[in-house]
Design a protein around this ligand. Structure first.
Ligand SMILES: O=P(O)(O)OC[C@H]1O[C@H](OP(=O)(O)OP(=O)(O)O)[C@H](O)[C@@H]1O
Ligand SMILES: O=c1cc[nH]c(=O)[nH]1
Ligand SMILES: [Mg+2]
Length: 214
C-alpha cells in the first residue's frame, strides 16, 4: 500500500500482482474476456485490503477434535455496484465475501455535461456496511452521487468504503471534498483527465471494455 500523494483518505494498493494485472488491463489489445478476468482478480486483491479491519465476533462450533469459539464476520456486508462497470469488480468481491448482499446503482455519465444520470436503484432493505465499487473515478461525479444515494437510504457515512481501479486526481479531489470521511481504495492514481473527462493514461471506457460495447 502507498500513501505518497495528496489525499489522506486514499489508499493506493501497490501490490506487484495488482500492478502487473492493471498493466495488462490498460493495454488496448486486451480483449473483454481477459479484461473481465483481470478486473475480477484485482478486485479480490484490493478486497483483501478493504476488508482487513472488519469486526469479528465468535460463534461456538465443533471441529472433528474439540468444541471451540471461532471467529466469524460480525456484521452484514453489502457490495454496491455502480452500473455498468462496477459489476466487473463485484464479481471479484462476491467470491471473496460470498455472504455479502448486493445492491445496484445505475448511473450514466452524459458525454456533454459529464454529469451522472440515475436510471436504476435497487438496494437490500438492510444494508449495513457497504463496499461501493466502480473501476473508474474520473470527475468523481458518479461516485459522489452514489454515496449521496446511500446516505439518503439511511446508510451511515462511516459504513461506506469506495473501491476503484483507476482514479484521476481531479476526481479524487471532488470526491474527498463531497465525502471527506469515506475511504477510497484504488490500484492507481493516474495523471489527469483529458478534454472528454477520460482518465489519462487510464484504460479507456471500462464499461465498454468489460461488455464489448466499443
Ligand atoms: O467519475 P465520473 O466522471 O463520474 O466518471 C466515471 C463513471 O463513468 C463510467 O461510467 P459510464 O457513464 O461510462 O457508464 P457505464 O459503466 O455504463 O459504461 C465509470 O464506470 C464511472 O461510473
Ligand atoms: O476514463 C474513463 C472515464 C470515465 N469512464 C470510463 O470508463 N473511463
Ligand atoms: Mg462507460
Amino acid at each position: 500500500m502507498s500513501s505518497t500523494h495528496d489525499f489522506p483518505t486514499l489508499t493506493v494498493v501497490s501490490h506487484p500482482l495488482v500492478q502487473h494485472k492493471l498493466t495488462l488491463m490498460r493495454d488496448k489489445n486486451t480483449q473483454p474476456i481477459h479484461f473481465r478476468q483481470l478486473l475480477k482478480e484485482i478486485a479480490m486483491l484490493i478486497g483483501y485490503e478493504v476488508t482487513r479491519d472488519l469486526p469479528l465476533s465468535s460463534e461456538p462450533i465443533e471441529t472433528p477434535v474439540a468444541p471451540m469459539n471461532a471467529p466469524v464476520l460480525a456484521e452484514p456486508i453489502t457490495i454496491v455496484s455502480i452500473l455498468r462497470a462496477g459489476l466487473g469488480m463485484a464479481d471479484g468481491l462476491r467470491e471473496l465475501i460470498p455472504s455479502a448482499r448486493e445492491g445496484h446503482i445505475g448511473l450514466w455519465r452524459d458525454p456533454e455535461t459529464k454529469q451522472p444520470h440515475e436510471y436504476f436503484i435497487k438496494l437490500p432493505s438492510e444494508v449495513g456496511r457497504v463496499i461501493l465499487v466502480d473501476p473508474m473515478l474520473a470527475t468523481g461525479g458518479s461516485a459522489a452521487h452514489a454515496v449521496d444515494v446511500l446516505l439518503k437510504r439511511g446508510v451511515a457515512r462511516e459504513e461506506i468504503r469506495l473501491v476503484t481501479l483507476v482514479s484521476a486526481p481531479e476526481g479524487m479531489k471532488t470526491f474527498a471534498a463531497a465525502h471527506p470521511s469515506v475511504p477510497v481504495y484504488t490500484a492507481a492514481l493516474d495523471e489527469k483527465l483529458d478534454d472528454k473527462a477520460y482518465i489519462v493514461p487510464g484504460l479507456g471506457d471500462a464499461g465498454d471494455r468489460i461488455f464489448g460495447t466499443l
